[in-house]
Design a protein around this ligand. Structure first.
Ligand code: AMP
Length: 196
């Protein structure tokens, strides 16, 4: 089946981990703009050089750059029958851009999964991840800034999707399997069943 899904949630809510699992279950690619930026940073591309400064400060990469990047990624063959977007859209401008892109192709979103979790629990989780993965944007100051930017810029996009009845709220605190099962049953209750 095809599935066009988005996962949103504050930094540290476990989006990346769950995105991979949902995407595998639905047989669609998990597309993370954060991962694409990190790959560019690692390879030292011009995009990477520009993105790194912003990422390290906890700020967003400009919409024009991010939108273009997503457009070309969605044009790849593996995304023809669906995708799971992780970390995009993050601003209202990106929501509008994605809407236009999908409309152009006669496609529409099926659901927006929102992982909900307590802020302080997330800071703790992120500091632990910084230790484990050595991410340079995971120090306490940057984490707090990313949370602020999230609340300011990204929380409103959930409102925009909620108005269209697309948002599925899932409690993001708990074990990986536990949260994964919650997501699958929340999607199933909307008629979106993986693996069929
Ligand atoms: P993430 O791994 O999704 O937390 O993203 C890490 C960082 O990459 C963010 O803090 C931003 O600096 C940048 N980034 C990722 N996705 C976007 C996006 N959709 N728009 C702007 N910046 C982004």
């Amino acid at each position: 089946m095809s599935a066009r899904l988005i996962i949103v949630g504050p930094p540290g809510a476990g989006k990346g981990t769950q995105a991979g699992r949902i995407a595998d279950a639905f047989g669609v690619p998990a597309i993370s703009t954060g991962d694409i930026f990190r790959k560019n940073v690692a390879e030292g591309t011009p995009l990477g050089v520009e993105a790194k400064k912003l990422m390290d400060a906890g700020e967003y990469v400009p919409d024009e750059l991010t939108n273009e990047l997503v457009k070309s990624r969605l044009a790849e063959p593996d995304a023809e029958h669906g995708f799971l977007l992780d970390g995009y859209p993050r601003t209202l401008n990106q929501v509008e851009y994605l809407d236009a892109l999908l409309t152009e192709q006669g496609e529409q979103l099926d659901a927006v999964v929102q992982l909900v979790a307590d802020q302080d629990a997330l800071v703790e989780r992120l500091l632990k991840r910084a230790e484990d993965q050595g991410r340079s944007d995971d120090n306490e100051e940057t984490i707090r800034r990313r949370q602020e930017v999230y609340l300011d810029q990204t929380a409103p996009i959930v409102g925009a999707y909620a108005d269209r009845g697309l948002v599925v709220d899932v409690d993001g605190l708990g074990g990986i399997d536990e949260v994964g099962d919650r997501i699958q049953s929340a999607l199933a209750s909307r008629g979106l069943t993986a693996g069929v």
